[in-house]
Design a protein around this ligand. Structure first.
Ligand code: DQA
Length: 158
């Protein structure tokens, strides 16, 4: 956690988006809202700058590509924000990758999965993340980023 140019740098945060989230805005807007993924990513970068962190974002429809990004994040990032989308409910591979990561992870969902079908109530990662934020639309991501910045700060709790 460097102090550059007198301004405190809280580090780097990676935000991962799972399958079908590339179609946000068009996809079931009554559930997911009308905001696009590009707009969410732009706001995450803007908010990151305000909070003093660098934010990288990545979306994939492929489970393997998400696992690859989690593996590549080792030693590169201070916290991870992840919406695994449908893989939330099925992926042991993403859970295993998160367990190897060794940094704080915040799970995000746009919708409140507990108000939806029972198969969405189970998350393979719920017990290996620091916290979960859901049901608040795009604000779930922005609140998760704020939480990740706090969790990434080595001085927290002092
Ligand atoms: C989601 C909820 C998942 O159940 C679903 O498969 C998604 C999006 C959400 O953000 O609300 O694709 O993760």
């Amino acid at each position: 956690m460097a102090v550059a140019g007198g301004k405190r740098n809280h580090g780097r945060i990676l935000v991962l988006h799972g399958p079908n989230l590339n179609l946000l805005g068009e996809r079931e807007p009554e559930i997911y809202g009308r905001v696009t993924l590009a707009q969410i990513d732009e706001e995450l970068r803007r908010l990151g700058a305000e909070l003093g962190v660098d934010v990288d974002t990545f979306q994939s429809n492929s489970e393997g590509a998400l696992v690859d990004r989690i593996q590549a994040a080792r030693g590169q990032y201070d916290a991870l924000v992840i919406n695994p989308a449908a893989y939330t409910h099925t992926s042991v591979a993403i859970r295993d990758a998160i367990q190897m990561l060794g940094i704080a992870v915040v799970e995000v969902h746009l919708s409140n999965v507990y108000r939806r079908e029972p198969f969405r109530h189970h998350s393979t990662i719920a017990d290996v993340v620091e916290g979960r934020i859901m049901g608040l639309g795009a604000n779930s991501y922005y609140l998760a980023l704020r939480a990740a910045v706090v969790l990434a700060d080595p001085n927290r709790g002092r």
